[in-house]
Design a protein around this ligand. Structure first.
Ligand SMILES: [Zn+2]
Ligand SMILES: [Zn+2]
Length: 60
């Protein structure tokens, strides 16, 4: 019940569509509402930041 709330628009309650996926783990991390155009904040995965920083260091 708590998690289900993340999947509906805070403004109008419509279901959200995926707007962006995490580049590292490819899970959806940002959503938008077709009905009113509301866009959620991008979720930051701390694990993925660590991985992405590691990649940056390796490729540098
Ligand atoms: Zn991620
Ligand atoms: Zn909405």
């Amino acid at each position: 019940m708590i998690n289900m709330k993340d999947n509906s628009c805070r403004q109008c309650g419509e279901g959200l569509e995926v707007n962006k996926n995490c580049k590292i783990c490819s899970q959806a991390n940002q959503f938008f509402c077709h009905n009113c155009g509301y866009v959620t904040e991008e979720q930051i995965h701390s694990q993925c930041i660590m991985i992405s920083l590691g990649h940056t260091l390796l490729s540098a």
